[in-house]
Design a protein around this ligand. Structure first.
Ligand code: GRF
Length: 204
């Protein structure tokens, strides 16, 4: 396990508030790694602006810009290896990572999900859909999960969760806001522990 600071790539599709928390925690020393590359499948994602403001390199990765899926995934892996990326964080990235990337970075990719997995995960469970489902199911608690990434949506080993109470007055928006606040703390904490080799990897 590396003892120097790790190089981290963050994948986003949208606002990037989790990316911002990772950047801030990296600068303050709570996260023992540097965000050196931000990758988005959306060229207008606000998270790209956050990265540029923090002088972090960005890369817009769109499969449709390549002749084939394999050409796309090879180019993506090349970008990651050229930048000496050690760890990957997917923070509101609404696509599956290519299999070659998942395999190359096995047990070094973390994702944040806004509910208590294994409940309320899987394809289509993102953004407001998650919080709507939690409320519809009458759950009394929710909260973020950080897990390792494998080839299946929201399936890898769970590393950390924070439970918060769901109130009878919650709307998807109020619940999302409270969960997001916790996400901003939990993601850096989990990634920092992973970098420091503090988890026992039990899956795969
Ligand atoms: C977060 O709720 C995260 O859990 C989910 O997507 C959302 C991304 O928000 N995977 P942001 O782009 O980090 O603000």
């Amino acid at each position: 396990m590396k003892t120097e600071r790790a190089n981290i790539a963050v994948f986003i599709s949208g606002s990037g508030s989790n990316l911002q928390a990772l950047i801030d925690n990296s600068k303050s020393g709570k996260l023992s790694g540097d965000i050196v590359l931000v990758i988005s499948n959306k060229s207008k994602a606000f998270g790209l602006k956050r990265a540029q403001d923090a002088q972090i390199d960005t890369f817009v990765f769109k499969k449709k810009n390549y002749n084939s899926e394999s050409e796309a995934s090879e180019d993506l892996l090349k970008k990651l290896t050229e930048r000496n990326i050690d760890y990957i964080a997917t923070a509101g990235y609404l696509q599956l990572l290519p299999v070659n990337v998942v395999q190359e970075y096995k047990n070094r990719i973390v994702n944040i999900h806004p509910a208590l997995l294994p409940k309320f995960g899987g394809k289509g469970m993102y953004g407001e859909h998650v919080h709507e489902a939690v409320l519809e199911a009458g759950e009394t608690e929710s909260g973020p999960t950080v897990h390792l990434v494998d080839e299946i949506y929201d399936n890898g080993q769970i590393l950390e969760q924070i439970k918060i109470p769901v109130s009878g007055n919650d709307t998807p928006e109020t619940l999302a806001e409270r969960v997001l606040e916790q996400e901003h703390i939990l993601f850096s904490l989990a990634l920092d522990k992973l970098i420091k080799g503090k988890y026992e990897i039990t899956h795969g």
